[in-house]
Design a protein around this ligand. Structure first.
Ligand SMILES: [Zn+2]
Length: 231
């Protein structure tokens, strides 16, 4: 049994096969997280929560020593927004509408890989203050960023604006799970309150650029599958 003072490590950005660009089965993602000794993972599929629901159900049934946080990476007109502890799926759309749904669900949100234009990061400096104040956290370490300075800029922005600092592997394959994580002290379970107090990033390393080929391979496989089904 974990003591209260044990380090609690959470990878806050993980995908499953419910994302268009991943083939990772929820059960394999969970097995990888347990093997890496993580205490929690947030399943944050692109505009979907079915994978998160499935993972939470497997973890509960198998009594895994792992907390599964219900999440989603929502596409908005200003870039990708990670949402945690949501109760129901949020449809993609304008950042303004998505943020008001986040607040209505009493969920927590974070700007995913900001500045990374290729991967739809929110350009934080261009946001009006009324939108920025509704964003709880900044993902200041994303293990998949292609240009490391994007992480450094995100960290600087988070510190300047007093935002919580999140980290995640952005895993699209079980091998990547845990490539980045946030460390919490003195907790046994994450809740909304402890999550927004996150300010430290540990065990963070950049994934090899090769991981992007795994996503492209996944997209291609899914296209072939769809083509086969419709033919
Ligand atoms: Zn992602």
């Amino acid at each position: 049994m974990k003591s209260k003072t044990a380090v609690f490590r959470a990878d806050l950005h993980v995908h499953t096969c419910c994302s268009f660009d991943s083939l990772a089965a929820p059960k394999d993602v969970l097995a990888a997280a347990v093997k890496k000794g993580l205490s929690a993972i947030a399943i944050t599929d692109h505009n979907e929560i079915a994978g998160a629901l499935e993972a939470a159900e497997i973890a509960r049934k198998k009594k895994l020593p792992l907390q599964v946080i219900m999440g989603e990476e929502v596409s908005t007109d200003r870039g990708d927004l990670l949402v945690y502890f949501l109760k129901k799926r949020i449809a993609p759309g304008s950042l303004e509408r998505v943020l008001s749904e986040v607040k209505a669900q009493n969920a927590v949100c974070s700007a995913a890989h900001p500045y990374d234009k290729i991967r739809h990061g929110i350009q934080l400096e261009n946001l009006k203050p009324s939108l920025l104040e509704k964003i709880d956290a900044i993902e200041a370490f994303n293990a998949r960023v292609t240009i490391p300075s994007h992480n450094a800029r995100a960290l600087e922005f988070a510190q300047k604006h007093g935002k919580a600092v999140f980290a995640g592997s952005d895993a699209h394959h079980p091998l990547e799970v845990g490539a980045a994580a946030v460390e919490f002290a003195g907790i046994r379970r994450l809740d909304r309150k402890s999550l927004v107090l996150a300010s430290r990033v540990i065990k963070a390393k950049l994934s090899s650029p090769l991981v992007h080929f795994l996503s492209r391979y996944a997209v291609l496989r899914k296209k072939i599958r769809r083509a086969k089904k419709s033919s």
